[in-house]
Design a protein around this ligand. Structure first.
Ligand code: AMP
Length: 488
């Protein structure tokens, strides 16, 4: 344990989860299949990974900082993870230190037996509930909001584990797709608005719960259906049971999953993600055509939209920027200094193709603007005659409080500048974003219904579909959160 001053990471060590989850019931290779599923979900979290298995009432775990493949491939790690039930988690956090104590799944030994939980999403009243729990004497081991669920389950007066979970979740706001493992059950839960994804799959007689269908594909499992908003699925020796204890509300699935976060080969809520992104590119081409010689994606996230843009506009698609695949997503590096360095490490201009050309650059979003500035500079120094930037989403004006990491509002370029100033700031000849209606059309709607939008698009509109208790008053960080700094 180091004794570095706690204010070194106090402001940034916010409890946030941007993650992928996987759970399997009834397979002799449960741990191996979970590790493979997590590998397919690696884009959802690259900082840490963990697996918990259960065998005859005993739980086994391995959790580590880093990539799934770096930690879950050796026999020494995998052999002890025995049992036919497992859950796993990949974690993504761009803020603060990543500590082993913040790696999921988290496990607790209750009077009724052990339980492990893996969570994708963000609770928006976590700090408020945590304060109350701490005042009641609960001792927290991590800074994760997920641990709150564990404490609420522990103190619930209900008897069965499922009733205790329902009781716990009724006290929480925000977005959560959870998988939980008890001695006898695999449980999956999606919050009442279904903000984050969770799907059910099948491999032979085994049932699977996971964030994306790409995690089913990797192990040859069949996709059954999405877990419904507000649904709890309980999988045990009797098969799958579905409960809907939270009443019904209109779904508000996160539209940014389609824009950026999900893997393009996944199918979410009935839509192939790659197909949506291509359609977004077509909408963008219709909305903001510009005379140009080539359409160049910012790889990899801009590729499907750029293909759609090229198809619709008839302007040739070319790889004018080449990405080095051995560097992680730039955005995921925790500090600004590394983030800047990452952009240069990751992309290189294909100068032979760019020289003298009028280029349309297509990227999925502008967050701080760091990527765009570097990319535009690079394309210009490679000799491009004109550089036009097209963004396959509306301007990101607001922070996400539901599990996609975005910086504070003040750091979002679009919240600080108008279109013209942004174009100047990133150094382009023209800049255009996709419209709200264009985005909704790409997911099969006729446009965005302002009275009753069917997605969560708060990052673009500022209309948050849940209460934001932690963000609307003076509920600060409980002081005791950061008293422990682990050395790594
Ligand atoms: P920035 O450089 O801050 O403007 O970030 C924009 C780039 O980050 C885009 O190229 C996106 O592909 C990527 N991006 C956008 N949102 C996220 C996010 N929540 N997590 C990771 N990367 C992101």
């Amino acid at each position: 344990m180091s004794d570095s001053p706690m204010d070194q990471f106090l402001p940034d060590d916010r409890p946030r989860e941007e993650c992928g989850v996987f759970g399997i019931y009834g397979h002799k290779d449960a741990a191996q299949l979970t590790a493979l599923g997590l590998h397919a979900l690696q884009h959802r979290g690259q900082e840490a990974a963990g697996v918990v298995t259960c065998d005859q009432g005993h739980f086994y775990t391995h959790r580590a900082l880093g990539l799934v493949g770096d930690h879950f491939s050796s026999q020494a790690v995998m052999d002890p993870l025995v049992g036919q039930m497992a859950i796993g988690h990949v974690r993504y956090s761009t803020t603060g230190d990543t500590l082993l104590r913040n790696v999921q799944p988290i496990f607790a030994d209750f009077a009724f037996g052990g339980m492990a939980i893996a969570h994708n999403g963000n609770l928006t009243n976590a700090r408020a509930v945590r304060k109350t729990l701490v005042a009641r004497g609960c001792l927290f081991q991590s800074t994760m909001d997920t641990e709150i669920i564990i404490h609420l389950v522990a103190i619930s007066l209900y008897t069965t584990v499922v009733d205790r979970m329902i009781d716990a979740l009724r006290q929480l706001e925000g977005a959560y797709s959870l998988v939980a493992l008890t001695r006898k059950k695999l449980i999956g839960v999606r919050d009442p608005l279904g903000v984050r994804p969770l799907v059910i799959g099948k491999l032979g007689d085994s049932l699977i719960l996971t964030s994306e269908t790409c995690a089913l594909d990797i192990i040859g499992a069949e996709f059954i259906r999405d877990v419904e908003p507000g649904e709890i699925v309980v999988i045990d020796e009797n098969g799958l049971r579905s409960i809907k204890p939270f009443g019904s509300s209109k779904q508000r699935f996160c539209i940014f999953e389609y824009v950026y976060f999900a893997r393009p080969d996944s199918v979410m809520e009935g839509h192939n993600v790659y197909g949506v992104r291509k359609q977004i590119g077509k909408e963008l081409a219709r909305e903001s055509h510009v005379e140009a010689d080539m359409i160049v994606p910012v790889p990899d996230s801009g590729v499907p939209a750029a293909l759609g843009y090229a198809e619709e506009s008839g302007i040739p698609f070319d790889l004018g920027i080449i990405r080095n695949h051995y560097v992680g997503r730039t955005f995921i590096e925790p500090t600004d200094r590394i983030r800047h360095l990452g952009v240069r490490l990751k992309h290189n201009a294909n100068a032979a193709y760019l020289a003298g050309k009028r280029v349309v650059l297509v990227d999925d979003s502008i967050v701080r603007g760091t990527t765009s500035i570097k990319i535009v500079e690079m394309v210009r120094s490679a000799g491009a005659a004109e550089v036009h930037m097209r963004i396959s989403s509306p301007p990101t004006n607001n922070s996400c409080f539901y599990g996609i990491d975005t910086p504070k509002k003040e750091q979002l370029l679009a919240s600080q500048m108008d279109l013209e100033a942004m174009a100047k700031h990133i150094g382009v000849d023209s800049l255009a974003f996709l419209s709200f209606d264009g985005l909704y059309r790409a997911v099969g709607e006729s446009g965005r219904d302002p009275e009753s939008p069917c997605y969560c698009d708060a990052c673009f509109t500022g209309e948050y579909p849940t209460k934001l208790t932690d963000h609307s008053d003076s509920n600060g960080m409980p002081e005791q959160l950061t008293l422990l700094t682990e050395s790594r």
